[in-house]
Design a protein around this ligand. Structure first.
Ligand SMILES: Cc1cc2nc3c(=O)[nH]c(=O)nc-3n(C[C@H](O)[C@H](O)[C@H](O)COP(=O)(O)OP(=O)(O)OC[C@H]3O[C@@H](n4cnc5c(N)ncnc54)[C@H](O)[C@@H]3O)c2cc1C
Length: 129
């Protein structure tokens, strides 16, 4: 159970999301952008995170962009790690994404959430001895 009340917002454009974030802050509230929600929910239950409002960015088309150009790769912050694995736009990223958590969690976890999240994971074989 999440131990506090919060409002849920689902903007459909980046402008709307940013304006909403600023308006909530001006009202003295603490908003959070919401990707997959896995960390927000996990840390809220442990009382490590609290928010007055969450702004779900998954319904903003630009945040789901996946474009492979000749010289650039454009990935939206709301793409799930599973989508990245399945479309495989960049093999090293696919390999990295596929090593995060398990398939069920990766269906929710977003690229933006993985980058902006506060929980850091270290694989045992990455340690220095
Ligand atoms: C069971 C489990 C196992 C995990 N195992 C691993 C692992 O092995 N390796 C690993 O690297 N990670 C692991 N993670 C962490 C995971 O990869 C993500 O870092 C994390 O859960 C957040 O992803 P999310 O999309 O759900 O983000 P959310 O919970 O939605 O957000 C996390 C934070 O990022 C912020 N945020 C989200 N999106 C944006 C955005 N677009 N712009 C600005 N801020 C944003 C939110 O406000 C919040 O503060 C695990 C998580 C879980 C729940």
């Amino acid at each position: 159970m999440i131990p506090f009340d919060m409002t849920y917002h689902r903007p459909i454009s980046i402008e709307e999301a940013v304006q909403l974030f600023e308006a909530l802050q001006q009202q003295g509230k603490k908003p959070l952008y919401y990707g997959g929600g896995t960390e927000i929910i996990t840390l809220s239950r442990l009382h490590f995170v609290s928010a007055d409002a969450v702004i779900d960015i998954k319904h903003i088309p630009e945040c789901r962009t996946l474009e492979v150009g000749q010289h650039e790769l454009v990935l939206g912050a709301a793409l799930s790690l599973t989508t990245i694995e399945e479309t495989n736009p960049f093999p090293l990223l696919t390999k990295t994404a596929s090593e995060v958590a398990d398939r069920t969690a990766r269906n929710q976890i977003t690229l933006g959430g993985n980058i902006c999240g506060q929980i850091f994971f270290v694989k045992p074989y990455c340690r220095y001895y």
